[in-house]
Ligand binder design. Structure first.
Ligand SMILES: Cc1cc2nc3c(=O)[nH]c(=O)nc-3n(C[C@H](O)[C@H](O)[C@H](O)COP(=O)(O)OP(=O)(O)OC[C@H]3O[C@@H](n4cnc5c(N)ncnc54)[C@H](O)[C@@H]3O)c2cc1C
Length: 412
């Protein structure tokens, strides 16, 4: 039996502690917050999208950074293994649209409760309100941690330490990058940190005028220096700073840091089910059917009412102009605006609003099967602290579960 210290009581820390304790080790977990799983609590809008029930191979298509690094740990503990484990621990789960898995109760607190109950069952010692300040090592081997509880600072010895401190997004949940500091202090590289799954700040004033408007079934394309880097159908939202919503959050993960210095634009196709030609014919039909109507009344047949003033302005045809005097060139302008509504992206929102952190402890310095550092013996990393990230749909939590399992089962 070895003594294992787990740093962080989020998704990865809780699971890693269960697996190590179930394997017969003495496990001590330190969490700086007053309770476990503060970030887990707010996942999936309070419902917790635990994982994705897709085929295991499909998981890799949804991992954006360092997917190869994840092969071993995912095959070692798959999405289906996690679902089975939660069920065995007494959590009822359900699968929704897009294979997204949620607790049957729709309450993330039930996921936390079941993990906490299982930690107690295997005898994990849980220390709340306790911050790990430093990881100690000697001659390339971990020796323990220094913790702060209230005014007291203590040295705690350990045979192995699992760092599961998360990234730097939503720092109020406790993820403040401590694990990156520990990793650097112990000689590791930490790759550049960027907000991931985050809305865009945009330039045009008209975008902000549309705040609160949500567009369903549109096609969004993002371009860097006019080269397409992302294209997806789905839902998006206008806000007081720019654009958000599922398609935009996903698009943000494709914007690399060097691209932020280049020209970034996006286009919205408001009528993706029709080709330009088909839309042109539809506009012509509307023109012929409404000869005496003002153009500003006919445009409502194509777009949400809230968009009308903005689109009239962009297309540049006076709203009172009768349909029978709309020219062919004007019809082409209408089609172009509906198919390619262009917006300038001026940046990503910050870490406070980012669902995940892109970047983290360099995976080339970590053994992908065990999550042990290649530089310091007995030092393990799990979860978002690592340089791995995925799109939305339960895939980021699966990264936390699989890497936590690998670390928990491998510690000695
Ligand atoms: C709003 C929001 C919604 C999300 N929804 C989903 C979703 O539905 N599905 C999904 O797959 N992913 C979702 N995610 C992402 C997911 O929450 C994270 O990927 C996941 O929580 C990472 O787990 P982790 O254990 O690595 O880190 P965290 O959950 O961040 O846990 C790290 C823990 O370590 C503690 N800690 C940090 N430093 C120290 C220290 N020095 N000493 C002691 N303790 C420390 C922190 O307090 C924290 O409790 C969401 C994220 C956000 C912000």
């Amino acid at each position: 039996m070895s003594k294992i210290v787990v740093v962080g009581g989020g998704a990865a820390g809780m699971l890693a502690s269960i697996i190590a304790a179930r394997n017969g080790h003495q496990v001590v977990l330190f969490e700086k917050n007053e309770k476990l799983g503060k970030k887990l609590y707010i996942t999936g809008k309070g419902r917790c999208n635990i994982t994705n029930a897709c085929d295991v191979e499909e998981l890799f298509n949804n991992i954006l950074t360092n997917k190869k690094f994840m092969y071993s740990s995912i095959y070692g503990f798959t999405n289906h293994d996690m679902m089975d484990m939660l069920s065995e621990c007494g959590l009822k789960i359900k699968t929704e649209r897009g294979n997204r898995v949620f607790p049957d109760s729709d309450k993330s607190s039930d996921v936390i409760a079941v993990l906490q109950k299982t930690m107690k069952k295997y005898g994990v010692e849980i220390n709340l309100d306790t911050q790990v300040l430093k990881i100690t090592s000697d001659e390339g081997r971990v020796t323990g941690v220094v913790v702060k509880k209230g005014k007291e600072t203590l040295n705690v010895s350990a045979d192995s330490v699992i760092v599961a401190t998360g990234g730097v997004s939503y720092p109020t949940t406790g993820s403040t990058g401590d694990g990156h500091t520990f990793a650097k202090e112990l000689g590791h590289n930490v790759t550049e940190l960027l907000p991931g799954l985050v809305p865009f700040n945009t330039k045009e004033e008209w975008v902000k005028e549309l705040q609160g408007l949500s567009l369903k079934n549109v096609e969004v394309s993002v371009f860097c220096d006019n080269k397409e880097i992302y294209n997806e159908f789905g839902e998006m939202l206008f806000t007081h700073f720019g654009v958000s919503g599922p398609v935009i959050l996903s698009a943000s993960s494709y914007i690399k840091s060097d691209m932020l210095k280049k020209k970034l634009t996006m286009t919205i196709d408001l009528k993706p089910a029709m080709s330009e030609e088909q839309l042109g014919q539809r506009v012509l039909r509307e023109t012929e059917a409404n000869v005496n109507k003002a153009w500003k009344n006919v445009i409502e047949n194509f777009i949400p009412k809230k968009m009308v003033p903005v689109m009239l302005d962009k297309i540049g045809i006076p709203g009172d102009k009768k349909m029978n005097s709309i020219t062919k060139e004007e019809r082409m302008r209408i089609v172009a605006a509906l198919k390619k509504l262009e917006i300038t992206i001026v940046g990503l929102r910050g870490f406070n609003e980012a669902i995940i952190t892109r970047g983290g402890v360099a995976t080339k310095e970590i053994n992908p099967t065990t999550m042990e550092s290649k530089l310091v013996k007995g030092l393990y990393f799990a979860g978002e602290v690592l340089d791995v990230d995925a799109v939305t749909g339960g895939f980021n939590l699966q990264i936390a579960w699989s890497t936590a399992y690998a670390a928990g089962i491998s510690v000695e």
